[in-house]
Ligand binder design. Sequence first.
Ligand code: FHN
Length: 429
Amino acid sequence: MTTTPTPTDTDAEAVAGEIAPWFTHDRFGMFIHWGLYALPARHEWVMNYEKIQQEEYEKYAKYFDPDLYDPRAWARAAKAAGMKYVVLTTKHHEGFCLWDTALTDYKAPNTPAGRDLVREFVDAVRAEGLRVGFYHSLLDWHHPDFTIDGRHPRRDDSPEEIERLNAGRDMATYREYLHGQIRELLTDYGRIDYLFYDFSYEYEPHNPVWGGKGAKDWGAEELLALTRELQPGIVVNDRLGIPGDIVTPEQYQPSEPMKVDGVEVPWEACQTINGSWGYFRDNHNHKAPELMIRMLVDGVSKNGNMLLNVGPTARGELDSVATEALEAFAEWMHLHSRSIYGAGASAFETPVDARYTQRGNRLYLHLFSWPFEHIHLPGLAGKVEYAQLLGDASELSFREIDPDTPALTTGMGGQPAGTLTLQLPVVRP
Ligand code: FHN
């Protein structure tokens, strides 16, 4: 049974040509990369990196038995961490489908999982009052009509062999498949709030085998029109090879608010915990939770969102690294979410090693290093009415040391360095 989301104050429909208000209000989402690649458990590109050929890779479908899959637990962990939307890979480049698609047998219901995993995901996310996003790979290394190019697992076959194989492949047929699956996903699962297409890559004319794929290969204009027709108000990313609603920097933080043709645009940085999107058992290179919290703050300070990825195991659970990160966010967001939701960049000059986020007349100063007794805030003289630590609302004294720079004495509040956030009601913007 598909439940529909409860309307919220940010549920206002997008004005034509503008992005749905919830996206720039909510700021923080969970990305989930889950598929057969969780079984080899060494990166979602393992089929490509190790050139595992189709016949061998398909064996993983026989052993995909996520007996501990509980998307409600995933959704609860996301909600507790302060995430407001959750984006699940319906199909990654491997071509394996998590939902009960009518267009291929390479799907979860035909594995020991034995059911439509997307249906349970959608119902669980909505039951927690969160918004639903689908990731959908434009690449498909399993589909017999997807032509071999420089990113295909068969890229190192001889040019003659590649030419022979591609002679029998028809991208027009693949486009029909791609559009047909999007029609299924945007028709059969109720309201979908966000679609993350992935990804277009450059043509490299000097090497026809390495030729990339872009808008014309996907039928991008038609696909985007179909997306908006089936889900009015949906947020669509920028990876079809034509402009979408948002820009999606990946695994980096932009240095300032993002612009396209000189005009500021909504953006979302997608980030991993350890450099791998899919579950990677032996990768212990994970970011410290404090660093990821700062990345969220940094993004909001530049009018951006953060989509933080987790890669569940093949049994369907989040691993301890993901759980530790989400618990750290839960603790921080419990006290600091007021400086994130509905907040964005401030026009005031930011002190060194700090970020401002501003929401209305509330200015939030996030200190990334502990100031010694004072911190000087340029441009705020005569503008600050009151200062307090956000975490415990305790008052902080401040005074104006010159016409332009009030200093704040920072009480040695109980906040660990790096999360000292002050709330400054700015009386005059
Ligand atoms: O190739 C994919 C990758 O596996 C992952 O899904 C990321 C997430 O944004 N997108 C592509 C790389 O840009």
